[in-house]
Ligand binder design. Structure first.
Ligand code: SAH
Ligand code: SF4
Length: 359
């Protein structure tokens, strides 16, 4: 994609360009084929223009006049007792987004952000409290991975697009990211190790189904009926439960990949036996998996996480109805786990506490 560099809009973002666009640029600069290969490989490896050291200096200078690579740095890093790490990333225009690095026995997974803020306004989520500022460029999503690998010294093996923002509300950039992140010249992260989470943008789900990607679709459901879901997630007024589940089922049929439904249990709101029965009826007979998680409490919302007995009862009811469900382990519970919390605590802290730890 041809996009400006955030914070330096006179330049075009080199690392958000597709292989085809980079090849065309090499043609425009009359570069021989091997130089085009070096350019693409260097950009995909996450190097800035200065780091493309196999290209002649004069060529790098020519590129630097018109092109740039957006900076993504970790400005705050919190490490949990269980090894989970949470990052506040700084972007070139001063924006902040979050990431979480999770260590599993099968590899490391990074949760990445796709937008600065979010305009969906879900009642339980900190990411949407200030609305949407902008979408991230594909290069910035790739930069989140590069920065996480740099601070941990470990490879990222899998991605969940579950950080700040709604990926399908930044569709083209999210797609360009998905295509380049699997490139063998770049991060080479297999599509089967990638999940995209959405609040239920039906046209986006339908479009995604046709992209011929091997990724997992995760739908943030959180309620089994329209009355409750519209209260928690305003997006439901536009695309109600039946349409969302219908589109997700189509996604499953077209791609052959089982859909995950995210369900954050909120005390006394969506954790009743009646909700569990309704959820089971809604998903019965579908190739689906329910990921239950206890709500992460955020200061700005009146909601609280369900008590453990309610969680257990909910889980048992789903199992009885033969719905696949798992209770997600709460990684990093001691480090500000909830979505959007870190970014907000950084931008809303009194000025004395605003200092950031550079790593
Ligand atoms: N916008 C996308 C992806 C980012 S949100 C989406 O909504 O799916 C990632 C996940 O975190 C979603 O399932 C979201 O519903 C969930 N989430 C947001 N706030 C939460 C909270 N306070 N506790 C638990 N899960 C939360
Ligand atoms: Fe946006 Fe997802 Fe948070 Fe809803 S849950 S406000 S869609 S980031």
């Amino acid at each position: 994609m041809l996009l400006p560099v955030p914070g330096d809009e006179s330049k075009t973002d080199l690392a958000s360009m597709t292989d085809g666009e980079l090849t065309a640029l090499a043609g425009e600069l009359s570069l021989p084929r091997y130089r085009a290969g070096q350019l693409i490989a260097g950009v995909r490896a996450g190097r800035g223009i200065d780091g493309l050291t196999d290209l002649p200096r004069a060529l790098r200078d020519t590129l630097a006049r018109r092109y740039g690579v957006p900076a993504v740095t970790v400005v705050r890093r919190q490490v949990s007792a269980d090894g989970t790490e949470k990052y506040l990333y700084g972007l070139g225009d001063g924006s902040r987004v979050e990431g979480v690095f999770m260590r599993y026995h099968h590899g490391n997974t990074l949760c990445i952000s796709t937008q600065v803020g979010c305009r969906m306004g879900c009642a339980f989520c900190a990411s949407g409290l200030d609305g949407l500022l902008r979408g991230l460029n594909p290069s910035e999503m790739l930069g989140e991975i590069a920065a996480a690998q740099a601070v941990t010294g470990c490879r990222v093996d899998g991605i969940v697009m579950m950080g700040t923002g709604e990926p399908l509300d930044n569709y083209d950039a999210s797609l360009a990211f998905l295509r380049t992140v699997s490139s063998p010249a770049g991060f080479h992260i297999g599509q089967r190790h990638i999940s995209l989470s959405t609040s239920g943008l039906v046209p986006g789900i339908r479009r995604l189904a046709k992209e011929d990607l091997g990724i997992t679709l995760s739908v943030s459901l959180h309620a089994p009926n329209d009355a409750l879901r519209s209260r928690l997630m305003p997006v439901n007024r536009r695309w109600p439960v039946a349409e969302v589940v219908g589109a997700a089922t189509e996604y499953q049929q077209v791609t052959g990949r089982r859909v995950s439904y995210e369900y954050a249990l909120i005390a006394g709101v969506n954790d009743t036996p009646a909700c569990a029965e309704e959820l089971a009826a809604l998903l019965a007979g579908r190739e689906a998996h329910v990921n239950l998680i206890r709500l992460n409490k955020i200061a700005e919302s009146p909601f609280s996480p369900s008590a453990p007995p309610a969680v257990e009862r909910f889980m048992e009811l789903l199992e009885k109805r033969r719905i696949n469900a798992t209770l997600r382990r709460r990684l990093g519970a001691d480090i500000d786990g909830a979505c959007g919390q870190l970014r907000r605590s950084a931008s809303h802290a009194p000025s004395g506490q605003k200092e950031e730890v550079k790593v």
